[in-house]
Design a protein around this ligand. Structure first.
Ligand code: NAD
Length: 439
């Protein structure tokens, strides 16, 4: 029996042992879906504490409840390790490691390279490997394939290699790993077929595409589309402000058009692990072919100005009460990069706090999901702060700035207590008050 036929059988009868490398926001939900579909899953991470928690059945990812994880761990369906030698005994490997940008906006491929080096040490015939980390087109065939071909095994015959972009949206109650359609493209048709078969055991919808490069580009198109449209609407927001027009009302009315328009909303700047970063993978790659990704650069510039714009708004709001920014108490509501999640990566709130402090403001923050911010320069965290009670602190602050519109905030009391509020998210939609300054 060929390797492809043997693997197909194991996938179909769920006797294949699955491995997920990188157990974060993307990897852990995938582990759970695969285990729930009936596979035995081994997770690999370099962080001891994550592995320990997982082996106890305790979740550290908001979208994965411990009540779901624990029974799967107890039943022996899920285990975790820091030891890559388990690869010897698995049939599939999904790689979900970070792909950040370097300070120079060049892709940092070191996590992909180091995990692939480890996998290559225990490589064996019959493996199905899929990269899920967001990256530039060409990563799977230019960077990864040669690393595995060094074994002398042949792709599409002895082993199978795919790319499948992860589209998970943490905190989204409607769409999660299971019901977000999964695009998958392989190096050869046999790779695509096996990759699609594997995902279809656990996920609702699988979308096979013709190559790994198409699959890589799909993700970059999606996130570039979003980044550029947010850039456009941020620019429109600044224009509207100058003309005394409420941009939120404009967008809501435009969104009633049943075709040809899709609403995007302005805000304090881009955040998270994807939208501010992924388009630069594309611009980096296209630069090598002599093509300037001008839309991306422009939207990056406009979005990057938004934290400065918010600080200007705070300054103007304080001026209304004849208060200078220097020495004023400013309360930042929400530091997570979006509503109802606990992730502060690339959050514009961090830039806003930094800019406010630089201008001499006394800044505090409140976030029910982020009890503290500890210095972590590698991830852009330079502060050491603890979350304060929003309602109490709004009373003693000169200005409140809503950066992340968590549902849990008691907006009514906050408005009552505050002297001035800059609302960057339209969280106070419909509330009429002279002390509210919308974006
Ligand atoms: N978070 C999201 O919303 C999201 C959505 C879609 C795509 N993505 C992409 O998915 C990828 C993973 O993102 P994430 O948010 O899950 O990151 P994360 O930081 O939450 O998780 C990555 C995990 O990989 C581990 N890791 C790092 N190097 C490793 C190695 N050499 N071997 C084994 N484990 C290693 C880390 O310890 C961490 O636990 C990134 O490329 C990201 O752009 C993320």
């Amino acid at each position: 029996m060929s390797h492809a036929e043997a693997l197909k059988k194991k996938i179909e009868n769920h006797t294949a042992v699955a491995c997920v490398v990188g157990l974060g926001y993307v990897g852990l939900p995938l582990v759970v879906e695969l285990a729930e579909a009936g596979f035995t899953v081994v997770g690999i991470d370099i962080l001891e504490n994550k592995v320990k928690m997982l082996n106890k059945g305790e979740s550290y990812i908001q979208d994965v409840p411990t009540s779901v994880l624990k029974p799967l761990v107890k039943a022996g369906r899920i285990r975790a390790t820091t030891d890559f030698s388990v690869i010897k005994d698995v049939d599939t490997v999904n790689i979900c490691v970070p792909t950040p940008l370097r300070k120079t906006k060049d892709p940092d491929m070191s996590y992909i390279v180091s995990s692939c080096e480890e996998i290559a040490r225990y490589f064996h015939p019959g493996l199905l490997l899929t990269l899920e980390s967001t990256t530039y087109p060409g990563t799977t065939d230019e960077l990864m394939l040669p690393m595995f071909e060094e074994s002398g095994l042949k792709v599409g015959k002895d082993f199978f290699l795919c790319f499948s972009p992860e589209r998970v949206d943490p905190g989204n109650p409607k769409f999660q790993t299971k019901n977000i359609p999964k695009v998958v493209g392989g190096i050869t048709p046999a790779c695509t077929e096996l990759g699609a078969l594997f995902y279809s055991q656990a996920l609702d919808t699988v979308v096979p595409v013709g190559s790994t490069r198409v699959a890589e580009m799909v993700k970059l198109l999606e996130n570039t589309f979003r980044m550029i449209n947010i850039g456009l609407v941020n620019e429109i927001a600044v224009m509207c402000d100058r003309m005394g027009i409420n941009v939120w009302e404009v967008i809501d009315a435009a969104a009633t058009k049943p075709f040809g328009f899709m609403p995007f909303y302005p805000g304090p700047g881009l955040g998270g692990h994807c939208i501010p970063i992924d388009p630069f993978y594309l611009s980096w790659k296209t630069k090598q072919s002599g093509i300037e990704a001008r839309f991306i650069e422009l939207a990056g510039y406009v979005n990057g100005q938004m934290p400065h714009y918010v600080v200007e708004k705070v300054q103007n709001a304080l001026n209304e009460n004849r208060k200078p920014l220097k020495g004023s108490k400013v309360l930042v509501l929400g530091v997570a990069y979006k509503r109802d999640i606990d992730d502060v990566r690339e959050s514009p709130a961090l830039d806003i706090i930094h800019l406010l402090e630089k201008k001499g403001a006394k800044v505090s923050y409140s976030d029910p999901y982020v009890p503290q911010i500890r210095p972590d320069p590698e991830h852009g965290l330079i502060f050491d702060m603890n979350s304060v009670d929003a309602v109490k602190a709004s009373k003693t602050s000169d200005c409140v700035v809503i950066v992340t519109d968590h549902k849990a905030f008691d907006y009514k009391s906050i408005v009552r207590n505050s002297k001035a509020i800059v609302d960057t998210r339209n969280a106070l939609k419909g509330v009429k008050s002279k002390k509210i300054f919308p974006l």
